[in-house]
Write a new protein. Structure first.
Length: 223
């Protein structure tokens, strides 16, 4: 299995009120091609900090982050932007859809940024949204969609550019239990169908058990 993500010695500390807080203390993690890994831990354990580091969304960390064979931690700002655009997809607890664009347009936009033609981007968006059960909601804006539907649009958007790795931070944390089950099942099915790897942060043991492997973040280290 090819390694899509290989993290070695990842550390991150914050200073607060003159006190240093070590959030990540030398984390090592490998995620293989097509593998879906649950990053399990309670609130405040550092899951979001780890995903932000792996997603190249913030600095201040030390260690190695290899993404699709490239040492991403050493890239300049432009290089990190290209990795985020071409290799990574993001799903957050809140959908963060653009309110003035409909479901299809929200999935089209990241493809246009990458250089796809509108026709190709439209076809890909419709295919993804239909696979997620939203074929009848393509022209609806976020305000016209339920919470579960909005999150499914966010999943389609994350997969629009066929990322090697999807990073999901409590992707069902804002949904009721029944809706969370549906959205997670569809998320896992679609990610597996696309052949992407995924690292999914959650505090929910039951949802984590649906994934290929579970790693636990405790006191800044993985167990």
């Amino acid at each position: 299995m090819t390694d899509i993500l290989h993290v070695t010695g990842l550390t991150r500390s914050f200073s607060q009120g003159g006190v240093t807080i070590d959030v990540l203390r030398g984390v090592d993690l490998t995620v293989g091609q097509g593998e879906i890994v649950a990053l399990l831990g309670p609130s405040g354990s550092g899951k979001s900090t780890m995903l932000q580091a792996v997603g190249l969304l913030e600095g201040g960390f030390a260690g190695s982050i290899m993404i699709a064979g490239e040492e991403a931690a050493k890239l300049d700002a432009h290089g990190r932007t290209l990795v985020r655009r071409d290799q990574l997809g993001f799903v957050y607890q809140f959908h963060h859809l653009l309110p003035d664009f409909n479901a299809t347009e929200n999935v089209v936009l990241p493809q246009l940024v990458r250089g796809a033609t509108r026709a190709v981007a439209d076809e890909r968006a419709v295919s993804l949204l239909t696979a997620l059960g939203l074929g009848h909601r393509l022209t609806h804006r976020p305000s016209q969609l339920s919470g579960g539907e909005q999150q499914r649009v966010a999943v389609a958007r994350a997969l629009a550019n066929r990322p090697a790795l999807v990073l999901a931070d409590e992707p069902t944390g804002n949904l009721d239990e029944a809706t969370a089950d549906v959205v997670l099942t569809e998320f896992l099915r679609l990610v597996r169908g696309e052949g992407s790897a995924a690292l999914v942060a959650t505090h929910n043991e039951r949802l984590a058990a649906k994934m290929d492997r579970v790693v636990r973040l405790h006191e800044g280290r993985l167990a």
